[in-house]
Design a protein around this ligand. Structure first.
Ligand code: MG
Length: 341
């Protein structure tokens, strides 16, 4: 019998987060505790509004999944049969909590159970949200420790913003267009970005424009990475000619188990892999950081963008991800919970 406790918590952002699709100052995520034989595993869902998910729908999905779980020790496949359609963040929270539980039961860190070298973590990029050029320059100065910056674009001021960033730093830049361009304007933007020393571009065209992205990639001077176009492993074969790489997010794909399948399928297609995140606490970021030694690029800064992270887990030192010690995920609470059953 697995006992479930859930709590919705707010994460407040240091800076208003602007994307091509809108702006916000805070997020509501879901904390999940699964208790089995006196051991508690922790999980987190960061629901994605673009796909009509919120904390309440994620909580309802978790409440449907957990009573139908089999033996929690069989975490590799435990969520396959009980996942709720359209709620991958909820599934990610359950998958994460089951793995944390298993590690704690055995007294071993998850990276050890999974054979992952904790010292092989990559640097993480740090995201600079859309803003006016002056504010962007201030944010770049604040991002002193990070070796790679990811700049969100898609506004009228893109060129002014990028030029202002380039005048401030010579660090490598990645650009995320968040589906904001069209095939007609994308090529000239890519050529200009290449001159600006940008190393890759994420999701230039709308998610369903795969044919157009394939055409763009044939002429693109920069590698293109899929984000909104890729959800789980089944999407990857159809994207192999349109993109050079994929951005895996636990909240899009449904957790560590599916992320491992995606890594295998992307490698089989010769694609590069980035690990990304939503606005998440240190709990979900630690679950993603655990997989970072298996990929090429990390963009795991969601916990660095908030002021009231309730958990302590993976940190960033000199720009590099550092996994916590301790069994399971190794995450502990910063603030005591107010859970309801
Ligand atoms: Mg993205």
């Amino acid at each position: 019998m697995i006992a479930l406790r859930q709590e919705i918590f707010e994460l407040h952002l240091r800076h208003t987060f602007r994307l091509a699709r809108g702006a916000s100052d805070w997020r509501r995520n879901l904390g999940v505790e699964l208790e089995h034989e006196g051991i508690v595993g922790l999980g987190e869902a960061a629901p994605i509004a673009r796909y009509d998910q919120d904390a309440e729908s994620a909580a309802a999905a978790v409440a449907r999944m957990v009573p139908r779980l089999g033996d929690p020790r069989a975490f590799a496949t435990a969520t396959d049969a009980v996942a709720v359609q359209g709620q991958p963040a909820a599934r990610a929270a359950v998958d994460m909590a089951l793995r944390d539980l298993a590690g704690k039961r055995l007294g071993a860190p998850l990276h050890e159970l999974m054979g992952i070298d904790p010292h092989a973590t990559p640097v993480t990029s740090f995201t600079i949200g859309m803003d006016d050029p002056d504010t962007v320059v201030r944010k770049v100065r604040e991002a002193g420790d990070y070796e790679v910056l990811k700049v969100k674009v898609g506004s009228e001021e893109d060129r002014a913003v990028l030029e202002a960033v380039r005048d401030t730093t010579d660090r490598p830049l990645r650009v995320d267009a968040n589906e904001g361009w069209s095939l007609d304007d994308a090529l000239s933007r890519l050529e200009w970005l290449e001159k600006m020393g940008v190393e890759l571009v994420e999701q230039p065209l709308p998610a369903d424009q795969i044919e157009q992205t394939r055409e763009l990639r044939r002429r693109s001077p920069l590698p293109l990475f899929a984000d909104e176009s890729v959800h789980d492993a089944t999407d990857i074969p159809g994207l192999a000619e349109a993109f050079d790489g994929i951005n895996i997010k636990l909240m899009k794909c449904g957790g560590i188990g599916e992320a491992l399948r995606m890594i295998a399928v992307a490698r089989a297609h010769g694609m590069k892999i980035m690990l990304g995140c939503m606005i998440e606490s240190s709990l979900a970021i630690t679950a993603a950081a655990l997989l970072s030694p298996l990929v090429d690029h990390a963009d795991l800064d969601g916990h660095l963008l908030v002021t009231d992270d309730p958990f302590v887990g993976a940190t960033v030192e000199a720009g590099r991800l550092v996994l916590p010690e301790g069994p399971g995920l190794g995450v502990r609470r910063r603030i005591s919970p107010s859970y309801s059953r």
